[in-house]
Design a protein around this ligand. Structure first.
Ligand code: BTN
Length: 260
């Protein structure tokens, strides 16, 4: 079981995780963090759980994670950002996670639009941002992160699409140490984001993304479009060039079409 005492002991952050809640089991760390944010909790508040009974995924999906094996946590952020710039937090989250995972494992990871982290082409981490706005400005954002750390098997089709650090590197990782690294990377990058240094975030994200220039299929609800992934729009949408023009997606699932 992950413990608050152990996390706090080696935590070197100045903002992220200074207020910390750790649960053995909870419905969803995002739901909890959102309630805390709505009642005024300070920026950097972190909620961690060993198990979720109603873990939330993107697009209304559920996030299932084996008890006691992985990292499930949410961070409350309150940067001063206009509504249309809040998408930046997606890329911020992916980059600090990528930095921490690369330092802990010594191996590169891949960023996949909109907010997944892949290792050797398989998903090992999902990110769910839940934002609240007031008067066209971001009031708070809850960044929910699920990382498959020591889980060795996955249910159904996840067996081929998902992975964990354990599966890729054939060893168990210390979840407390990994969480401390993640919170430290979040702290460092958040401090530069607040100073307006957003270029490094986008450059690092783009450098870890292999999709541009490749044929892709993007689906969102009933809409499915095939084309070439061109670039990110200013708001973080995915621009896809099709035979009839160009479409920009702000949510959805993207698959790179493997060429023979
Ligand atoms: C995705 O669909 O890829 C995003 C998954 C995000 C899951 C994490 S686990 C911790 C946090 N609490 C939740 O309920 N969801 C996020």
């Amino acid at each position: 079981m992950i413990s608050k005492q152990h996390i706090v002991k080696g935590l070197k952050t100045s903002v992220i995780g200074r207020k910390l809640f750790v649960f053995e089991s909870i419905d969803s760390t995002n739901a909890c963090a959102k309630t805390l944010a709505e009642t005024g909790t300070s920026e950097g508040t972190v909620v961690v759980a060993d198990h979720q009974t109603a873990g939330r995924g993107r697009l209304g999906r559920t996030w299932v994670s084996e008890k006691g094996c992985n990292l499930l946590f949410s961070i409350v952020l309150r940067p001063s950002l206009p509504k249309d710039a809040s998408g930046l937090l997606t890329f911020f989250s992916a980059v600090f996670i990528a930095r921490a995972l690369e330092k802990m494992t010594g191996h590169p990871v891949e960023c996949k639009w909109p907010n997944d982290i892949l290792i050797n082409g398989k998903k090992c981490c999902g990110i769910l941002l839940e934002n609240s706005f007031s008067q066209e400005k971001l009031d708070f954002s809850v960044v929910g992160i699920g990382i498959n750390v020591n889980q060795s098997t996955f249910e159904g089709d996840l067996e081929t699409r998902a992975t964990s650090l354990f599966r890729e590197y054939k060893k168990e990782f210390d979840r407390t140490q990994l969480l401390q690294h993640l919170l430290l990377e979040a702290d460092t990058l958040f401090s530069s984001l607040k100073k307006g240094k957003t270029e490094t975030i986008m450059t690092e994200w783009n450098n870890r993304c292999s999709m541009f220039g490749k044929p892709v299929t993007v689906s969102h609800g009933k809409e499915v479009i095939s084309g070439t992934a061109v670039a990110l729009s200013a708001e973080g949408g995915l621009i896809v060039k099709t035979p009839t023009g160009q479409s920009t997606f702000y949510a959805g699932d993207v698959t790179i079409v493997q060429q023979e």
